[in-house]
Design a protein around this ligand. Structure first.
Ligand code: GLY
Length: 265
């Protein structure tokens, strides 16, 4: 065990752009408020930094309204980074914008290049022993197969699973809490895909609490989900609640806002 899936020296974030109001969303619940989102984002970054990590803040990219959700652009593994090929046409160009930053921080960067391959980081859950990838409207079988090929010589094992119907990303519905434990919605854990893990289900009606991140000693969770918070506190996790009301309007959460990694030394 290396704790590779939750102990990190670095994170990359990107400032939200004014164009965030044009961001993709499954259901329109109103335009996100940029000033409130910036305040939440600052709190998020300060919380990551409080663990001792280096957090890179990239400039806003107005041409890409969803570019604050950097997680979808890459997968950061101990041996190197893989640049994704987002399945949302308006987000495809975000991956190329991220690549040079990864090249600076990492020795080795590989790319998903297949014309038919689509894969977004939000569909990927890295654990200590495997990489689970949920097929979704944004991630297809060709993208998952290409990821498996690109990472095989790094010793990675990729397992294809399914994102629940109507859910944006696999990790919309789950998070890794420690080497053995996953927080999940009941609709996802019922699929059996976490059979070899200890699962904590979010409370009924609090499905949006499932997207948290374990970052070093802390678990960052969206504010406003008291019954799930109490379950995590009872399980002994050191929690920080972060405002997420504006990102939630765009189906975004804690994991979407950063790439988390430890560059190869
Ligand atoms: N709004 C985030 C996404 O749809 O990718």
């Amino acid at each position: 065990m290396t704790d590779r899936s939750f102990r990190f020296s670095h994170a990359i974030t990107r400032k939200p752009a004014r164009s965030i109001t044009e961001g993709l969303r499954a259901v329109d619940t109103g335009a996100p408020d940029l000033a409130r989102m910036q305040a939440h984002h600052a709190d998020y970054i300060a919380t990551l930094r409080s663990t001792g990590a280096t957090v890179v803040e990239l400039d806003a990219l107005p041409a890409y309204p969803d570019s604050v959700f950097v997680e979808d652009t890459a997968l950061c593994l101990p041996a190197g980074a893989i640049v994704m090929r987002p399945g949302a046409p308006s987000r495809l160009g975000e991956a190329a914008e991220m690549a040079p930053h990864l090249e600076t921080l990492y020795g080795e960067v590989r790319r998903i290049t297949g014309a038919d391959s689509f894969i977004e980081g939000g569909d990927i859950l890295m654990t200590e022993t495997e990489i689970l990838v949920g097929r979704s409207a944004r991630t297809n079988a060709a993208g998952i197969a290409e990821l498996a090929r690109l990472t095989a010589d790094w010793g990675e094992v990729v397992r294809e699973v399914h994102t629940p119907p109507g859910v944006l990303h696999f990790k919309t519905d789950c998070s890794l809490l420690d080497a053995e434990t996953i927080l999940s919605t009941p609709r996802l854990s019922a699929s059996g895909c976490f059979a070899s893990y200890r699962v904590i289900d979010v409370a009924e009606g609090e499905e949006a609490a499932a997207n948290t991140i374990r970052f070093n000693d802390l678990v960052l969770m969206p504010a406003g989900f008291p019954r799930t918070r109490d379950r995590l506190l009872a399980a002994g996790f050191d929690l920080r609640e972060i405002g997420n009301s504006e990102c939630a309007k765009l189906d975004g959460g804690m994991s979407c806002l950063s790439l988390r990694f430890t560059p190869r030394g």
